[in-house]
Design a protein around this ligand. Structure first.
Ligand code: SF4
Ligand code: SF4
Length: 387
């Protein structure tokens, strides 16, 4: 038991052999630990009980429409980037019953839902993902409108973050200023160091809870050299982003180009499968479905994830507002990168790259913006030459 606990923003070092004790500390505080693990040839987020459930010695290769797991030459625990899952599935579940009612004589009785939230600890949260969670906070935890399921799960959440040790082929968090360095919104932030036969974690304390978790875990104070090694890892990651996105005046750029021919071009490739919205950590669209049993004694209302790529999503009396693929792709991208800023004061994109990796035809949001921007630059240049 450590009697002197580190303070906020202090950095300590935990050796790899003691990381299991973080699991024990979280469990002893009643947390269900969720984190990365290998399932069906991908790294997904699921319940973990020990360090051995992590994807030890794995990495991933990602590109447009491509994802492949590979073995590393070392035993890194976090040597990969983000996979098809995001944390939103735990805070904002894909399917949830909102209410149910039973017939009672000539009326009905609403049966209260169990809204008790699981006490979750997310382990291995990347910087872009912390930003995605804070974007969803703006959607679901407003003072005037608040989602009770999200709020209760979010309020009891513990976040153990990880600074990225390498960038994925579709990552562009530096362009969106959302990473790769974890800067806020965490209880503990780990940087994994593997060098000269040494394997340890430089750990930054981000909250009182984070400090308390260290009570039963053997650690030592981080030296200047340890801190510098950890800083260098993140700096190198930032220098090796797989993609980039020029966000200069991006809102106006997209609003100016609602009739750009590029939307027809992307529509000729897009399958409207909605994969991009399902994997996106910030997308939040839902639909509700009411069901009754055959006797008419019981009725239920369910909320399910939906997507602006489905025809039904924009259906109102008389038809769908966005019947074409072009209008649906334009809606998605313009919302993410432009009208989201008007609505929530922030971009709806954190540069995680999932929509690029998991698009079956490899449509790349960074490339679509680049194409529109490049055509504007060309026409400006042509106009100047004519003058
Ligand atoms: S952009 Fe790609 S992932 Fe998104 S709907 Fe079109 S085909 Fe599917
Ligand atoms: S739009 Fe694409 S890159 Fe941006 S946050 Fe969503 S999935 Fe990630």
């Amino acid at each position: 038991m450590n009697t002197t606990l580190p303070k906020l923003h202090d950095r300590v070092v935990i050796d790899r052999e003691h990381l299991q004790e973080l699991f024990v500390a979280l469990a002893s505080k009643g947390y269900q630990i969720v984190g990365p693990t290998v399932r069906e040839n991908a790294i997904v987020y699921d319940t973990l009980v020990s360090v051995n459930d992590l994807p030890i010695g794995y990495t991933d290769e990602q590109d447009g429409g491509t994802y492949r797991l590979k073995k590393r030459s070392d035993k890194a625990l976090f040597g990969y980037v983000v996979g098809p899952h995001s944390w939103k599935k735990f805070l904002f579940p894909p399917v949830i019953r909102l209410w149910q009612a039973r017939r009672e004589g000539n009326g009905f009785e609403v049966v209260p839902e169990n809204t008790e939230a699981p006490k979750l600890a997310f382990l291995g949260v990347r910087s872009c993902e912390i930003h995605a969670i804070s974007i969803q906070d703006k959607v679901f935890m407003r003072d005037d409108y608040s989602d009770p399921t999200y709020r209760s799960r979010r309020n009891s959440l513990c976040i153990i973050a990880i600074n990225c040790g390498e960038a994925g082929g579709t990552c562009f968090c530096t362009s969106m200023q959302t990473g790769p360095r974890v800067t806020s919104g965490f209880d503990l932030a780990l940087t994994e160091v593997l060098s000269n036969e040494q394997h340890f974690f430089v750990v930054e304390v981000g909250s009182q809870l984070g400090s308390e978790l260290l009570q039963t875990i053997p650690f030592r104070g981080a030296s200047k050299e340890d801190i510098q090694i950890a800083e260098n890892i993140v700096t190198q990651t930032a220098e090796h982003m797989g993609r980039s996105l020029d966000t200069t005046n991006i809102k106006d750029l997209l609003y100016r180009n609602l009739d750009h021919p590029r939307w027809d071009d992307v529509a000729s490739r897009c399958l409207t499968c909605s994969n991009c919205t399902m994997v996106c950590p910030t997308c939040f669209c839902t639909t509700v479905e009411d069901v009754t049993d055959l006797t008419g004694e019981q009725a239920e209302r369910w909320r399910k994830w939906d997507s602006c790529f489905t025809m039904d999503f924009s259906y109102i009396f008389g038809g769908s507002i966005r019947p074409s693929t072009k209008s649906r792709y334009r809606q998605w991208m313009t919302h993410k990168l432009a009208s989201w800023i008007d609505q929530f004061g922030t971009s709806g994109c954190v540069g995680c790259g999932r929509c690029i990796t998991w698009c079956p035809v490899g449509i790349d949001i960074t490339e679509e913006v680049r194409a529109i921007r490049a055509s504007e630059s060309l026409s400006t240049q042509a106009a100047k030459e004519q003058q």
